[in-house]
Design a protein around this ligand. Structure first.
Ligand code: MN
Length: 292
């Protein structure tokens, strides 16, 4: 029996690039800058963070998605989601919206504030081929459904998806049982604080630092700065140490799909024929209808 535990090392850094999306919302994109900047099953990660309403007020008016899931996590602020299924979700500080686009959803994501800070993340997670055309599904996860756990050595962790393993106990997040088996943690560490977490060795994993800086790995740690995504090597444990100012970061891990990815804007399918079909369906108003 092999009992050696391998700490994942930092293999590649993708610095967040300033860009804009929707009707002109300023954001910082790390994953998804280009086709090579993905980590199966994760397609894209945007961070939006501004105290200036001009950076966010235009929001994301009605637009489609097909073939994957969008996960919006608000740190500060208030956005309203509305979709063609009639769902209305008030996304507020500390809340998460987990939207499975499946065969098609048309939704808007609009700020419900005219001043103050808007801050959070949108993550895109791919769906396996067999699930790309399933019915759309939307779930609001209010802050009180997201467990907040103190770490023994200082700091705290929110468990959005998957399960946090601490000595002697497991903390289960509200999202479980998806094909990609995502782990989504939001970790806050004090200066010099440590975070160590077993992860499935079969899963791809990355860290996104959004405050402070960290060192990744236990034997010969490497630095990762704020507003950067760090892709991790294979291994069965993640070890992170916060720098002198402490750190806040996201930990993402998921089961890779190992399927072809063809993306055209908000459509992510396996072949270009499926993309052409998505465009035709959208243009002809059949986008969200069940296949007949
Ligand atoms: Mn959207």
């Amino acid at each position: 029996m092999n009992t050696t535990v391998t700490s994942r090392t930092l293999q590649r850094v993708i610095a967040g690039l300033a860009t804009s999306d929707g009707a002109g919302v300023k954001l910082r994109r790390s994953l998804g800058q280009g086709q090579g900047a993905r980590l199966d099953p994760f397609l894209m990660l945007d961070e939006f963070s501004s105290d200036n309403p001009g950076d966010y007020i235009a929001g994301f008016p009605a637009h489609p998605h097909r073939g994957f899931e969008t996960v919006t996590y608000m740190l500060d602020g208030h956005m309203r989601h509305e979709d063609h299924l009639g769902n209305v979700g008030e996304l507020k500080s500390g809340g998460v919206q987990w939207m499975t686009a499946g065969r098609g959803i048309i939704h808007s994501e609009m700020p419900q504030q005219e001043e103050g800070r808007m801050r959070g993340f949108q993550l895109w997670i791919n769906l396996p081929a067999r699930e790309k055309m399933k019915a759309a599904h939307y779930r609001d996860i209010p802050p009180n459904e997201i467990p907040l756990t103190s770490l023994p050595g200082g700091g705290e962790v929110k468990v959005i998806a998957g399960t946090l393993h601490l000595d002697g106990r497991d903390v289960r997040g509200p999202i479980q049982g998806l094909s990609t088996d995502p782990l989504y943690l939001d970790v806050a560490l004090p200066a010099g604080g440590d975070f160590s977490q077993p992860v499935e060795s079969t899963h791809n994993a990355f860290i996104y630092v959004y405050e402070g800086d960290v060192q990744v790995g236990d034997a010969s740690p490497r630095p990762l700065k704020s507003q950067s995504a760090g892709f991790l090597s294979p291994g069965d444990r993640i070890d992170v140490k916060a720098g002198a100012a402490g750190a806040r970061f996201l930990v993402l891990a998921g089961r890779p799909l190992r399927e072809p990815v063809v993306q055209y804007g908000p459509f992510v399918m396996n072949t270009s024929e499926e993309i052409e079909q998505a465009i035709m369906d959208y243009q002809s108003g059949r986008f969200t209808q069940a296949a007949t």
